[in-house]
Design a protein around this ligand. Structure first.
Ligand code: NDP
Length: 478
C-alpha cells in the first residue's frame, strides 16, 4: 500500500511511522496509509513556514488571489472524486460529502476575491499637519488544528484566508481523516504554492498539535474541536501571548412553537439533529417544543425517522452514514444509557446496527420527557441523538434555549414575526436560524458562537481578516 507523505519545506517527506485510514462503514476497507510526523518534523515545518514568511507576506495580492482561484477551481473540478474519498473516510452520505467539497472550493474562490478587497483607512490626525493611516498586515505563521467531522471544509476555511492575507501555514488535520487533508494539500502544492508557505503535518494531536501550540515561532493558532482540547490550547497560547481562535462544541436548541408549520419543524429537526450522523457542532440536539404542538410534533418525528435509512454513505439510498469510529459510537451508546438512567424516555432508535459490512452504524435516537438539567441536555454527544424538552410557552422555550453553557447556533420554527424577531434578539447564540435548520451556514458571513462554544475572532467571510491580520497605525507629517 502506498504511503501518503507529509509536505514540509516544499518536499513530500516520510514520517516516523504510519496511520491507517479506515472506512467507518466497512472496516475491511483501508483507504490508505498516512505518514505520522514526530515533534522534530513538526518543528521543521514551523521553521520552514517562518523562513518563507518574509517573502510570502510581500507577494502581491494579485499573485495570492490567482493561487487561491486555482486551488478553488481544482477542488471544484474534482468534487465527485473528493466527495467519494470524504464519504469513505468520514462516513457522511455522498451528497453531503460532495456538498462539503463544493463548499471548500467556493471558500478558496471567495478568498481569491476577498483579498482584492483589502483596504485601509486614512484620517486626519488630531494634530495639525499629520495624517494617520490604518492598514492590515499578515499575522505571520499560523498553526491550524482541525477536527474529523468536516475534513475538507474546515481546513479550507482556515487555510484560504491565511494564505490570502499573506500568512504561512502549518496544518495538522485530525488523525482519523487524513485523506481529504492530504488531497487538499496535493491540490495546494500543484497550484504552485511557494516552498515553506504551506506545510501539511499529519500525526497525533498530543505530539504534532502540542509542538504547534507551544512553538514560539507560531504567531497564531486556529483550532476547531472539543472544548477540553480547546481550553488547553487557549491556556498554552495565551501563556506565550500567541493569538488564538477556537471553535468548539454546541448543545444547540431548535425551538418549535405552537404556530409552526409542522412539516417545516420536522424537516428542520431531522436535518439539524441527524444529518451528517449528528456529528456537527451546529447540530440541534435539543428540540424545545411548546405544549400545543408537542404531541403532534413527536408523532411526526417518529414517522419521519422511520423513513430514514442508515447505511453505507456511497449507497444512493442512504440518508445517514456510520458514526466516525468505535470510540465515538461507544460514547453515543453510553449517552443513550445515561439518558435512560436519568429518566428520559427513548421513543425511537439509539441502538447499534449490524449491517452487511462491519461498521459503526447507529439508529438515530429520539428521547422525550427530558428536562434541561439532565446530562443528555447539557453535554455534547456529537452523534445522532436528540431530545425533546416540553416548554409551556414561547418565554419558557427561550429560557430553556439559553439554559446551556454553549452558544453556537439556535433555531426557531414559528410563523410569528414577533416571536421570531424576539428570539433573534434574545438568543444567546452566535448564529440564529428562523424556519431553517441550525446547521448549514454560508461561507461569506461570519461563523462562530458565544459562551463555551467559541473564543476569539470569528471565522469565514470578511470577518476572517480579524484573526489572520494585524492592524498597523502609521503617521505621516507632510
Ligand atoms: P479533539 O478536540 O481531541 O480533536 C480536535 C483536533 O485537536 C484534532 O486534530 C486532534 O488531533 C487535536 N488535538 C488533540 N489533542 C491535542 C493536543 N493536546 N494538542 C493539540 N492538538 C490536539 O476532538 P476529538 O476528535 O477527540 O473528538 C472528541 C469530542 O470532541 C467529540 O466526541 C465531540 O464531542 C467533540 N468534537 C467537536 C467538534 C466540533 O466541531 N465542535 C469537532 C470534533 C470533535 P488528533 O486527531 O490527532 O487527536
Amino acid at each position: 500500500m502506498t504511503i501518503k507523505k507529509n509536505y514540509i519545506a516544499g518536499e513530500w517527506v516520510e514520517g516516523v511511522s504510519t496511520t491507517r485510514n479506515v472506512n467507518p462503514a466497512d472496516t475491511s476497507d483501508i483507504i490508505a496509509e498516512y505518514a505520522t510526523a514526530d515533534a522534530e518534523q513538526t518543528k521543521a515545518a514551523v521553521d520552514a513556514a517562518r523562513a518563507a514568511y518574509p517573502a510570502w507576506s510581500q507577494v502581491g495580492i494579485q499573485q495570492r488571489s490567482e493561487l487561491l482561484d486555482r486551488i478553488g477551481q481544482a477542488i471544484l473540478d474534482r468534487k465527485q472524486e473528493l466527495g467519494e474519498l470524504l464519504a469513505r473516510e468520514e462516513g457522511k452520505s455522498l451528497p453531503e460529502a460532495i456538498g462539503e467539497v463544493g463548499r471548500a472550493g467556493q471558500i478558496f474562490k471567495y478568498f481569491s476575491g476577498e483579498v482584492l478587497q483589502m483596504r485601509g483607512e486614512l484620517q486626519p490626525s488630531v494634530r495639525p499637519g499629520l495624517d494617520a493611516s490604518v492598514t492590515r498586515e499578515p499575522l505571520g505563521v499560523i498553526g491550524m488544528i482541525t477536527p474529523w467531522n468536516f475534513p475538507i471544509a474546515i481546513p479550507a476555511w482556515k487555510i484560504a484566508p491565511a494564505l490570502a492575507y499573506g500568512n504561512c501555514v502549518v496544518f495538522k488535520p485530525a488523525e482519523l481523516v487524513p485523506g481529504s487533508a492530504h488531497a487538499l494539500a496535493e491540490i495546494i502544492v500543484e497550484a504552485g504554492v511557494p516552498s515553506g508557505v504551506f506545510n501539511l503535518v499529519m500525526g497525533p494531536g498530543r505530539v504534532v498539535g502540542d509542538v504547534i501550540v507551544n512553538n514560539t515561532q507560531v504567531d497564531g493558532i486556529s483550532f476547531t474541536g472539543s472544548v477540553a482540547t480547546g481550553r488547553n490550547i487557549a491556556a498554552a497560547a495565551v501563556g506565550r501571548m500567541a493569538k488564538v481562535q477556537l471553535e468548539m462544541g454546541g448543545k444547540n436548541p431548535l425551538v418549535v412553537l405552537d404556530d409552526a408549520d409542522l412539516n417545516t419543524a420536522v424537516e428542520c429537526a431531522i436535518n439539524g439533529a441527524f444529518f451528517s450522523t449528528g456529528q456537527r457542532c451546529t447540530a440541534s440536539s435539543r428540540l424545545i417544543v411548546t405544549e400545543g404542538i408537542h404531541d403532534r410534533f413527536v408523532e411526526a418525528m417518529v414517522d419521519r425517522l422511520k423513513t430514514l435509512k442508515v447505511g453505507n454513505p456511497l449507497d444512493a439510498a442512504t440518508h445517514i452514514g456510520p458514526v466516525v469510529d468505535e470510540r465515538q459510537l461507544q460514547q453515543n451508546l453510553d449517552y443513550v444509557e445515561i439518558a435512560k438512567e436519568e429518566g428520559a424516555k427513548l421513543i425511537f432508535g439509539g441502538e447499534q446496527l449490524q449491517l452487511e459490512t462491519e461498521g459503526f452504524f447507529q439508529q438515530p435516537a429520539l428521547f422525550v420527557d427530558t428536562t434541561s438539567d439532565m446530562r443528555i441536555n447539557r453535554e455534547e454527544v456529537f452523534g445522532p441523538v436528540a431530545t425533546v424538552i416540553k416548554a409551556r410557552d414561547y418565554e419558557h422555550a427561550l429560557e430553556l434555549a439559553n439554559d446551556t453553557e454553549f452558544g453556537l447556533s439556535a433555531g426557531i420554527v414559528t410563523q410569528s414575526l414577533k416571536n421570531a424577531t424576539h428570539f433573534k434578539r434574545h438568543s444567546q447564540a452566535g448564529m440564529v436560524m428562523v424556519n431553517v435548520p441550525t446547521a448549514g451556514v454560508d461561507y461569506h458571513v461570519p461563523f462562530g458562537g458565544r459562551k463555551g462554544s467559541s473564543y476569539g475572532a470569528r471565522e469565514q467571510g470578511s470577518y476572517a481578516r480579524e484573526f489572520y491580520t494585524t492592524v498597523k497605525t502609521a503617521y505621516t507629517l507632510a
